[in-house]
Design a protein around this ligand. Structure first.
Ligand code: CS2
Ligand code: MG
Length: 403
């Protein structure tokens, strides 16, 4: 029985902050788990170091479900992004260890491969429609089967999802939150023309996606969904803030555009009604923010009963450790939909050497035992933590808007 001998949190910032948990066992086998919570990284690092690690030492590393329940039920204070990211890190590291000891890539322990690869979507963005479509064409030439389109909005200086750099998008851009101006009216006028031009330029064989980033009300989202219907988007993401799950009923009544939501959800309870009432088409929870492989499998199985497919969050703030785990999960489950893929910087890839690879619009986790990803601690030590926040948005009258 491999026992946990040590567990350590490693914080590194190769271009952006990442929090990684490394668990060691009596067998000499170690595992890694991502615990990064964008803009609140040190809260999870402390939760792990101060409150979780002392309880792990000496436990059976194979008892993944029991340790999950112990950390979830035993805390008394359930759910929330900090708690669930910490549990996810432990869970992911333990799956890594179990798969390494079994001598198998993780997806084999999850039931084996259900598909040959994982379809991903890349991010095309630009200040203008023209620039966005130039970038989208590059993605299409590079084999991407699905592309997310975000364009600057005429009359607004900056918009989320539109980066300063063409291909590396890093939203956490200030040591205090930067502020941008938002106008729903201007935004709503800009999206359908983008999609119309995209179909003209890119044709109909590529999937096109769009992220609303929680900026609309249900009736506004219904309108946007309707406007986009002629261009058959793959999905409209995070149309409204989703604390009120019933609000998706209104969107559903007005549009057949598929709906995706869930990158900020932490547990099955955040999407129970959305899934049960079939108010969404894609659930975007991923490993690090929704309790690890163990809990994500539960969400996916529940979603499968209700015709909901997965579309795991995969922005740059999800470390390569999370990406590797997500790919094993994606490859194995029956109701996989799509995986978001934003390339990390070279420095990040050096800190986290990994076996997953991109080919012809698909990612594959590789055949290395475990997750197929590790942290190079000497490399990681070169990049100390740097405080960074996500931006905020204000309306034209100065009041706060949803981000
Ligand atoms: C976005 C993210 O990838 C997405 O869909 O919504 O860029 C998101 O803003 C960040 O991951 C937040 O940490
Ligand atoms: Mg999003």
């Amino acid at each position: 029985m491999p026992k946990i001998t040590a567990a350590r949190v490693i914080v590194t910032s190769p271009g952006r902050n990442f929090v990684t948990l490394k668990i060691e066992t009596t067998d000499g086998v170690h595992g890694v788990g991502d615990a990064t919570l964008n803009g609140r990284e040190l809260a999870v690092a402390s939760y792990l170091t101060d409150h979780v690690v002392p309880m792990l030492i000496g436990r059976d590393a194979h008892a993944i479900e029991d340790i999950w329940q112990y950390l979830y039920k035993g805390a008394y204070w359930r759910r929330g992004p900090v708690t669930m990211a910490a549990i996810a890190a432990v869970d992911t590291a333990l799956w890594d260890i179990k798969a390494k000891i079994a001598g198998l890539p993780l997806y084999q322990l999850l039931g084996g491969a259900s598909r040959t690869g994982v379809m991903v979507y890349g991010h095309a963005n630009g200040a203008t429609i023209e620039e966005t479509l130039e970038n989208a064409a590059v993605y299409a030439e590079n084999g991407y089967k699905a592309i997310r389109l975000q364009s600057g909005v005429p009359g607004l200086k900056s918009v989320y999802g539109v980066s300063k750099d063409r291909f590396v998008y890093e939203p956490a851009d200030g040591d205090l939150p930067t502020e941008s101006l938002w106008s729903t009216e201007k935004y709503l006028r800009s999206v359908a023309p983008l999609f119309e031009a995209a179909r003209d330029r890119l044709g109909w064989d590529v999937h096109l996606l769009h992220d609303v980033h929680h900026r609309l009300t249900p009736i506004e989202a219904g309108r946007l969904g309707k406007d986009l219907e002629p261009y058959r988007p793959f999905w409209m993401e995070d149309a409204v803030p989703a604390e009120n799950q019933a609000s998706f009923r209104i969107i559903r009544q007005h549009t057949t555009t598929p709906l995706a939501v869930g990158e900020v959800f932490n547990s099955i309870w955040d999407c129970k009604q959305l899934i049960e009432e079939q108010l969404i088409d894609y659930i975007r929870t991923t490993i690090v923010h929704a309790g690890g492989v163990t809990h994500l499998r539960k969400i996916a199985s529940f979603a499968d009963l209700h015709h909901v497919r997965t579309g795991c969050h995969g922005a740059t703030d999800l470390s390569p450790v999370c990406m590797a785990a997500a790919l094993h999960f994606d490859l194995s489950i029956p109701n996989f939909g799509i995986q978001e893929y934003m390339r990390h910087t070279e420095a990040t890839d050096e800190v986290f050497p990994h076996a997953y690879s991109f080919h012809d619009g698909m990612l594959h986790p590789g055949e290395v035992v475990g997750l197929g990803v590790d942290i190079d601690e000497a490399e990681a030590a070169k990049y100390p933590y740097k405080r960074a926040y996500l931006p905020i948005a204000r309306r034209e009258d100065g009041s706060m808007h949803d981000w």
